[in-house]
Design a protein around this ligand. Structure first.
Ligand code: SAH
Length: 355
């Protein structure tokens, strides 16, 4: 595979252009074209000779939307293909204030969570910063017309980004941080870090590192249990880091950024969602500057685990609220198009979605 132009910051693009003996303003044309989601060969403002020089070393098409799936509720799901043929998925959720895109940070995942489809074949490879960014550039380009009808500020459809697709963002730390810097840079998409949520299974040392980056994103931790023994049953990462250590790292993140943090708690029938678990969760998080997002397990057919009934999900939420926690039960969206991480790619690789 050749190099990826979207990996470069604006300053690095300028350096590249100057190193090719070109005038500086060409960097702006190139960067703008890429930010609009164009292939290099389609950027008409650039001279042909420069494009040829660039394409000797860099990919022309970093990403391609191989397929789009439309949910009855408006949610869209994409199967993206990179230059080497690897696939990841992404989701676009449409809200009145703008669009939220869920991006992937790795092809596959090596964290091994028992309920998750992304991890079924382990980690294939990390995505580069530019490959993560290109997912958003492609979706903005696809939805250019929606901006005229009111979606999105600043002329672009995607206003919010969540790193909740396939992969563990903090297991691909350097590329993810580079992506966050390029995503929030004024010369590029200029999305505020406050509109970005990074979800981690709890890689504690990297949570500290992220707190020190000066990137005030919303930190979300996938908790899914209230004690280490139960957590180990569904999340192998729990063998490496205790819940107590995770909470300390969250506290540090709060002190450094002033941002409250979030927990995701997937409700799995018979495992973690009876009243005692809810009460234990209240005990664990009471008084902390955090919010809990409850998620109903999206059943993955390769896994045995079963989802919670609506009644029990609301009962669980009720206990949290009564205990004084800030909590919501995530509404189910896009279930008809394989909403959970990695399901679409897994189905595709099994030949179930590609006819
Ligand atoms: N690796 C990151 C991002 C993963 S996906 C993390 O672990 O946080 C975002 C959320 O979806 C995580 O909380 C993850 O645990 C949850 N998730 C994964 N598969 C799921 C499924 N089948 N049903 C419900 N939630 C799921």
């Amino acid at each position: 595979m050749k190099k990826i132009l979207q990996d470069l910051s604006f300053a690095e693009t300028e350096e590249l252009i100057l190193s090719l003996g070109e005038k500086k303003f060409r960097a702006k044309q190139l960067y703008e074209g890429l930010t609009q989601g164009k292939k290099v060969s389609d950027i008409t403002s650039l001279p042909k000779a420069l494009k040829e020089k660039l394409l000797e070393e860099y990919e022309d098409e970093t990403i391609r939307i191989k397929e789009t799936f439309y949910s009855a509720d408006g949610t869209e799901k994409y199967l993206f293909e990179f230059a080497d043929g690897h696939l990841v998925e992404g989701v676009l959720m449409k809200y009145k204030y703008g669009y939220t895109q869920c991006v992937s940070t790795q092809v596959g995942c090596r964290m091994g969570c028992k309920f998750c489809a992304s991890t079924l074949n382990g980690l294939i490879r990390n995505l580069s910063a530019g490959e993560i960014l290109a997912q958003i550039l492609a979706v903005n380009a696809l939805h250019k017309a929606d901006v005229k009808s009111g979606a999105g500020e600043s002329g672009r459809a995607v206003t919010n980004v969540v790193l909740m697709g396939s992969g563990e963002p903090l297991d691909n730390y350097d590329q993810v941080v580079k992506f966050l810097r390029n995503l929030t840079a004024p010369e590029g998409l200029c999305i505020s870090a406050r509109n970005v949520s990074l979800s981690t299974c709890g890689l504690v040392p990297k949570m500290y590192a992220l707190a020190d980056e000066g990137l005030p994103v919303n930190l979300t931790v996938s908790l899914h249990a209230t004690d280490d023994e139960t957590r180990k049953k569904v999340m192998p990462v729990a063998k490496a880091y205790k819940i107590e250590e995770i909470l300390k790292a969250c506290r540090y993140f709060f002190e450094k950024t002033g941002r409250r943090y979030y927990f995701e708690y997937t409700l799995i029938d018979g495992e973690n969602c009876d009243e005692t678990h809810a009460k234990a969760l209240v005990e664990l998080l009471k008084g902390k500057p955090c919010h809990v997002n409850l998620i109903r397990l999206n059943e993955v057919k390769e896994r045995e685990l079963k989802t919670v009934s609506d009644k029990n999900a609301y009962r669980f939420l009720g206990v949290l609220e009564k205990g004084g926690l800030s909590a919501t039960l995530r509404r189910q969206i896009g279930v008809d198009i394989g909403g959970a991480c990695g399901q679409l790619r897994a189905d595709y690789l099994n030949g179930e979605n590609n006819d």
